[in-house]
Design a protein around this ligand. Structure first.
Ligand code: GAR
Length: 206
């Protein structure tokens, strides 16, 4: 059983997908702690309902380095081995990334490297996709490195952009794919089936 820590900022549908994936026996892991940087994140309500330990840690009064140290402190106390960024709208410090090298997984709502990096998060991504007029978008699960959305890619899946799509319809379509590939990636990680060599992630499917 891998001890999992989750960072969230909002609704937490990806968090819910992991919770359900564990319940269904797809993920051999346990969520030890969920931390939100937003007090009103609905993901915190999900934790209460599911009896999962959760904390709101207010970033006010911290610089990013000390805020990330606070997060690390809480995860270390609970022997967390894998950190999942499930809609976490902050960039982790280099110190955090180095402490958990190839042990932090992020879900991003586009096909990286398109529509990714600084300023591309949440609905802004879907707005940018619609403004550009691309025919395909998708979702990416990747390990986190020191850059913004630049770490080794674990899984990606394509979503078709229809002519009448809006930010809302696109968000829904992409979220469905996010939930699927995030659960799959976390499951593979927990089974020790992800082998990272430089930028490449090989999946040991036997
Ligand atoms: C998801 O679409 C996730 O990919 C995105 O925020 C949303 C959170 O939804 N993350 C980013 O944009 C990170 N750069 P959720 O709270 O319902 O899981």
């Amino acid at each position: 059983m891998v001890n999992i820590g989750v960072l969230i900022s909002g609704t937490g549908t990806n968090l819910q997908a992991i919770i359900d994936g564990i319940k269904l026996g797809k993920i051999p892991g346990k969520i030890r702690l969920v931390i939100s940087n937003k007090e009103d994140a609905y993901g915190l309500v999900r934790c209460k309902k599911e009896n999962i330990e959760s904390l709101f840690i207010d970033p006010k009064g911290y610089d990013n380095i000390s805020y990330c140290r606070r997060l690390m402190e809480e995860f270390k106390k609970r022997d967390v081995e894998l950190i999942v960024l499930a809609g976490f709208m902050r960039i982790l410090s280099e110190e955090f990334v180095q402490a958990y090298r190839n042990r932090i997984i992020n879900i991003h709502p586009s096909l990286i490297p398109s529509f990714s990096g600084k300023g591309y998060y949440g609905e802004r991504v879907h707005q940018a996709v619609l403004d550009y007029g691309v025919k395909y978008t998708g979702a990416t699960v990747h390990f986190v490195d020191e850059g913004a959305d630049t770490g080794p890619i674990i899984l990606q899946e394509v979503v078709i952009v229809d002519e009448d799509d809006t930010v809302e319809t696109l968000r829904e379509k992409v979220l469905r794919v996010e939930h699927k590939i995030l659960v799959e990636a976390v499951s593979l990680y927990c089974q020790n089936k992800l082998i990272v060599k430089g930028r490449k992630v090989r999946i040991d499917r036997e």
